[in-house]
Design a protein around this ligand. Structure first.
Ligand SMILES: Nc1nc2c(ncn2[C@@H]2O[C@H](COP(=O)(O)OP(=O)(O)OP(=O)(O)O)[C@@H](O)[C@H]2O)c(=O)[nH]1
Ligand SMILES: [Mg+2]
Length: 380
């Protein structure tokens, strides 16, 4: 079997290299995440290293040549041109079938070795990672690291060790991403996200903190003009905080609202969740809303949604300069792996996570260590 290592920024890219060189029959024997440092460690680059192999089907027929007695050297010389035969051309059908069977057997043996490479004591823990819905890449990176640690230690890892190793792997990957809530220095706080994820509720929570803890003068703008209830909901929170609300239908209204709010410290901008699938809606938002250096923008995602749907939303909002995510409804799910998968995949940090309907209590500012510990809440 021919084996080779390939390194690329993503698994699909690594697979391309594998296929280009080893062909379609190549199998992955192992894969892991490797972090390389450049510029004296200032820039960290994440790559995937894939060990791939392929069965060599070409049979070399070696001509049984004796050492050339005519020359003075008695070293054996390989013939320059070795005759190569393709199985397909020459072998009988029966033999071909036998070889195909052998190949299949080898592949299944290989699979077996890969699986049995994972020590038995890891399996319940790997199941826990899977139930958390952590991505396959991350689970591989963690199990590789568990393997290395167990080997080095020489004794079986305890669950607590596995937890610490997991945190270390995730810590390395999340380390460079921005974490933390409002800066309180930027005036415009834009909040985007699909319907019902908790945008308005989260705005109320953030606004309450800004007023009660930071003594800021605040105002609200809503571009969600589709639902009277949405406007009423925001007005209720605004009344409680004694803050003004402006409802804007177009770019002109938005401009006026901002002029009216010139004296305020912070302006929270609530948007409608419904039309995010229409490119025009995103374009209109881009035209209307302020995205300059005076603004910070957040994308709100509920952890109760499917990861693939969240990815579609992230793509939809890719033109909008989202600074950080806000993950909501963490209290309504037991599997929060998606939060880590998305942050790492899209290289985006976390501002807050919310854990209930109570305003203003149910919100936490994201801090790396807290976010890492959160992974083990509940079931662990
Ligand atoms: N359990 C739980 N419920 C939440 C959380 N955040 C918001 N909700 C609830 O989710 C529902 C929708 O919240 P909204 O704030 O209206 O959501 P929205 O994104 O503004 O919705 P639209 O304006 O319709 O797009 C409400 O019942 C909230 O109380 C949370 O962290 N946990
Ligand atoms: Mg809303």
């Amino acid at each position: 079997m021919k084996m080779k290592k390939y390194t690329a920024p993503s698994i699909p890219e690594a697979m391309k290299l594998v296929r280009a060189e080893l062909g379609e029959d190549a199998v992955i024997i192992n894969s892991k995440v490797v972090v390389t440092k450049k510029l004296f460690g200032l820039i960290k680059q994440k790559n995937f290293e894939v060990l791939a192999g392929v069965d060599q089907v070409e049979t070399k027929i070696m001509s049984p040549r004796l050492p050339d007695l005519q020359t003075n050297t008695n070293q054996y010389q390989e013939p320059e041109e070795q005759p190569k035969l393709h199985i397909d051309d020459t072998l009988s059908k029966e033999l071909k079938n036998e070889i195909a069977d052998l190949k299949l057997m080898m592949k299944s043996m290989q699979k077996h070795t890969i699986q049995s490479e994972l020590p038995e004591n890891f399996l319940p823990y790997i199941d826990f990672l899977k139930r958390q819905e952590l991505s396959e890449e991350l689970i591989t990176a963690i199990s590789d690291e568990l393997f290395v640690h167990q080997k080095r230690k020489g004794t079986l890892l305890m669950r607590e060790d596995m937890k610490e190793i997991t945190k270390e792997v995730l810590r390395k990957m999340l380390f460079d991403l921005p974490m933390g809530g409002l800066s309180y220095e930027k005036k415009y706080i834009n909040v985007f996200g699909p319907t019902g994820v908790g945008k308005t509720t989260t705005i109320a929570k953030m606004a309450a903190r800004a007023v009660l803890e930071k003594k800021k003068k605040i105002g609200f703008i809503t571009t969600d003009t589709y639902r009277i209830a949405a406007i009423e909901q925001l007005k209720t929170y605004a009344n409680l905080l004694q803050a003004p609300v402006e409802i804007v239908y177009n770019a002109n209204d938005y401009k006026k609202a901002i002029e009216n709010f010139a004296h305020l410290d912070l302006i929270f901008i609530d948007t409608a969740g419904r039309n995010y699938k229409e490119a025009k809606y995103v374009d209109d938002l881009m035209q209307m809303i302020n995205f300059d250096e005076e603004a910070e923008s957040y994308l709100v995602l509920a952890l109760t949604a499917k990861e693939s749907d969240m990815e579609a939303i992230i793509q939809q909002f890719s033109e909008i300069p989202i600074g950080k995510y806000i993950f909501t409804k963490i209290d309504e799910t037991n599997s929060i792996g998606t939060m880590y998968n998305l942050m790492i995949k899209y290289n985006k940090g976390l501002a807050y996570y919310t854990n209930g309907q109570e305003v203003p209590e149910d919100i936490e500012v994201a801090e790396l260590e807290k976010v890492l510990e959160l992974f083990f809440q509940g079931e662990f």
